[in-house]
Design a binder for this molecule. Structure first.
Ligand SMILES: [Fe+2]
Length: 439
């Protein structure tokens, strides 16, 4: 059952779908962790020709925890129409089939439903057992793709998101109510179609990142490239309505936002992982399986401060470690947070945005952590009172574990290690779905 051979690459896929029950746990799983940890990522079918991981079929891995036990693990491809029928993106009449996508990027819960997401298409609903229910357009109301990085407002329960496309409107803002109804869709004017992977919210604003990775059909099926002429702008759009105020910034790319918030002076502070031109191009090539060219600095945590009254903006690097996949206590999305959790190399890092200190959990050789999802403790008394859940893939051992760390002390030994029945490739994003929210 357990693989014992070294694995070629962290993206080496698994060939099939399996399930296992009563997993072996080292340490003690907190009994209050009652729900499912779900994680999405690219996993081509066996024998498929190589492609960029961004356009491979999605596979969701899930681990069910309850009362201190790991009840099951299972993995399932997200069976989109592109996966099952090789449906084509453009219909004979020229219209786009937004269900013809590979929903491989994120998996979330909203209003009791589970969705696999990719920014190029519609969300796909999954069952509790990770079987694919089908595409969801919210009763015909969603007419654009949906980002894989929606933001749940911890105050209202609304889910804010956007869709971008290569045809006008290039960018559309959407809002789902807490009960899961699509209640708002507003086009946002931008100069052209760009790859907009993420965005941010604050109490009063939506924060847009109009950055210079523009649409252009390229070899491996990911139709984007860096542009030296597009420029780079951040936009503040009042949530109550009104025009977007744009701020020119130093050209860069951002895949992932840590958080945004408003400070006492009413300025919007955005913390995100920034790529300069060389870093972006290097990362893009590496993901496509090309060789790294020369020495390129990595992506780093960065802060932009935008004043909507004066139009003044400033920016600063927050850290000099090359990290990615920032997460936080999601009860503080758009609000004052102090801690971000990131991963890089063989470490899970807790970054203190107030004093710049890092807590580091370094893993053994060959082990690479995926995004670390924060789960608040029951009756939490501090922002970091909770757990970090991450799937760790070990290339040397050919194994994978679900690690549970104490977020107040990430450097300490894991609270629990759930041994998964076999290798799990690196993926993109995931969520903890408490049993209490599933209907
Ligand atoms: Fe992402």
């Amino acid at each position: 059952m357990t693989a014992t051979v070294a694995i070629d690459s962290y993206f080496t896929p698994v060939p099939d779908e399996i399930e296992a029950i009563d997993l072996v746990v080292e340490g003690a799983l907190p009994p209050e962790l009652n729900g499912r940890y779900l994680r999405n990522g690219p996993n081509p079918k066996p024998g498929a020709p190589p492609a960029h991981p961004f356009v491979e079929p999605g596979m969701v891995h899930g681990v069910r925890l309850k009362d201190g036990a790991a009840l099951w693990y299972r993995n399932r491809w997200v069976r989109t129409s592109l996966f099952t029928e090789s449906a084509t993106r453009v219909r004979p009449d020229g219209s786009l089939d937004l269900a013809a996508c590979h929903a491989n990027t994120h998996v979330i819960e909203h209003a009791g439903r589970t969705f696999a997401l990719v920014e190029s298409g519609l969300p796909y609903e999954l069952s509790l057992d990770l079987d694919t229910v089908g595409p969801c357009d919210f009763q015909g109301r969603l007419t654009t793709a949906m980002t894989a990085h929606p933001k749940a407002d911890p105050v209202t329960g609304d889910l804010h998101f956007f869709g971008y496309g290569v045809r006008p409107p290039f960018l559309t803002y959407h809002r789902l109510s807490a009960s899961g109804e699509l209640v708002q869709s507003v086009p946002v004017e931008v100069p052209g179609p760009t790859m907009m992977h993420d965005f941010a919210i604050t109490e009063d604003y939506l924060v847009w990142m109009d950055l210079p990775v523009v649409f252009e059909r390229t070899e491996l099926g990911v139709p984007y490239r860096w542009s030296d002429s597009y420029g780079a702008r951040l936009g503040l759009m009042p949530r109550k309505g009104g025009p977007v105020r744009w701020f020119e910034i130093e050209p860069c790319y951002v895949f992932h936002v840590g958080n945004a918030r408003q400070d006492a002076a009413g300025r919007v502070v955005l913390d995100a992982v920034r790529y300069d031109r060389a870093t972006f191009r290097n990362e893009w090539d590496l993901a496509a399986g090309k060789e790294k060219t020369g020495s390129v600095p990595g992506q780093m945590l960065h802060r932009w401060t935008l004043d909507p009254r004066t139009g003044v903006r400033s920016e600063q690097q927050l850290d000099d470690w090359s990290l990615e996949f920032p997460t936080l206590n999601e009860n503080l999305v758009g609000l004052q947070n102090r801690f971000l959790y990131l991963v890089g190399g063989g470490s899970v890092v807790k970054f203190d945005t107030v004093n710049g200190e890092r807590g580091v959990h370094r893993l053994p050789d060959g082990a690479k952590p995926g995004e670390a999802v924060f789960v608040p403790a029951e009756n939490a008394r501090a922002e970091d009172d909770g757990w970090l859940l991450t799937i760790v893939s070990n290339r040397i051992a050919g194994t994978a574990d679900l690690l549970v760390l104490d977020a107040t002390d990430v450097a300490a030994r894991p609270v629990a290690t759930v041994h998964l029945p076999r290798w799990v490739p690196s993926g993109f994003h995931g969520s903890w779905v408490p049993e209490s929210v599933v209907r």
